[in-house]
Design a protein around this ligand. Structure first.
Ligand code: SUD
Ligand code: ADP
Length: 311
């Protein structure tokens, strides 16, 4: 029986604007999502019966049915019965609860991998529809690259890839942020500012901070892109976690093209033009903060979602 090994890249949010409430209780969003080359590696092996067995290199990742990769396998078995079981092994490189969609990337890899293993011939759009039932970021993780994401994050339009940019990531190892908490707190604080009707929501989408960012991306203008980074969730997460705000300020002081918190945080990233500059910034931040709890990565923008690893 062959083993399928998949590369599951993390994402950063170049933009996250909260427009209003949705009838399903989620938030109506405008996001610009970008894949980066920090990735989990997912190995799939066929098992007899309908067993789903999960292994993970990181002790804090749940191995039961609360794991998104496990949930993706269950969903595939429900949709395509009698195809068999699967052993899923996750080599975790994406930090957990970091705003980098690690769990979503793992789930997307299981969807793509089981489609291959079971020879189902599903289209990317069909895999994304399955993924949307499990989590808002999963459809993007399937296709990756650079995309505009609307709705609760599942309506995707591919964008030109600003592939020359590098992102230095900074995250305190012991700090994670719960996505439901971030959205709930945002609603409590700013719910009265939400656009209420579909007309006002559309108006806000057309006049908000995504407009200059999308113009810069569509013109492949690498100088302008970092100037228009934007994330509404910073308004709650940076207030709750001043040490994350301090990281963002430090990046700014040291000099970068632009800096932002990704998703619901607490990872903060800074954009640079070359690997050498990014490496230097990483070293400077490490020295300036001097905290062994701080993890840092140099990553590059990448143009793909889930990929089969060829040996
Ligand atoms: C914030 C973002 C930005 O990319 O990513 P992360 O920081 O989690 O990586 C996403 O919006 C997170 O997407 P994802 O992590 O897939 O969230 P889901 O599992 O679908 O939802 C988790 C919870 O977040 C809230 N939620 C999520 C998406 C959305 N459009 N509105 C919401 O209100 C809901 O409370 C939901 O129960
Ligand atoms: N495959 C997985 N990898 C990591 N975390 C997972 C996974 N499946 C479920 N989780 C749970 O989801 C939570 C959020 O994880 P993650 O996807 O890494 O963060 P974020 O939503 O901030 O991008 C974690 O606290 C963890 O308990």
């Amino acid at each position: 029986m062959p083993t399928y090994t998949l590369i599951a890249p993390a994402k950063i949010n170049l933009l996250l604007e909260i427009i209003g409430d949705r009838p399903d209780g989620f938030h109506e969003l405008v996001m610009v999502l970008q894949s980066i080359d920090l990735a989990d590696i997912i190995e799939l092996k066929a098992l007899p019966g309908d067993q789903i067995q999960l292994n993970c290199s990181h002790p804090d990742v749940p191995l039961d049915s609360s794991n998104l990769a496990h949930r993706a396998a269950t969903l595939m078995q429900t949709q395509f019965p009698d195809r068999g079981g699967v052993e899923i092994t996750i080599q975790k490189h994406i930090p957990i609860g970091a705003g980098l969609a690690g769990g979503s990337a793992d789930a997307a890899a299981v969807l793509v991998g089981l489609d291959l293993m079971w020879n189902l011939g599903l289209t990317q759009a069909e895999l994304q529809t399955l993924g949307a039932a499990l989590g808002s970021d999963i459809p993007f993780c399937v296709s990756g690259g650079t995309a505009l994401a609307l709705g609760r994050g599942e309506h995707l339009t591919p964008l030109p890839d600003p592939h020359q940019l590098y992102a230095v990531l900074a995250k305190y190892r012991s700090l994670s942020v719960s996505t439901p908490w971030a959205y709930k707190t945002y609603r409590q604080k700013f719910g009265d500012t939400y656009a209420k009707t579909s007309e006002t929501q559309e108006q806000r989408r057309r006049s908000g901070p995504s407009v200059p960012l999308l113009t810069a991306i569509n013109h492949q203008d690498q100088e302008q892109i970092p100037k228009y980074l934007y994330n509404d969730l910073e308004r709650v997460v940076l207030l709750e976690h001043p040490q994350v705000l301090a990281l963002r300020e430090k990046f700014q002081q040291l000099g970068c093209l632009g800096t932002l918190m990704s998703g619901s945080g607490p990872t903060v990233f800074a954009l640079m033009n070359s690997r050498e500059e990014a490496q230097l910034l990483k070293t400077q931040l490490e020295v300036a903060v001097g905290d062994p709890d701080l993890d840092l990565w140099v990553t590059q923008f990448c143009c793909s979602g889930i990929q089969l690893q060829t040996t």
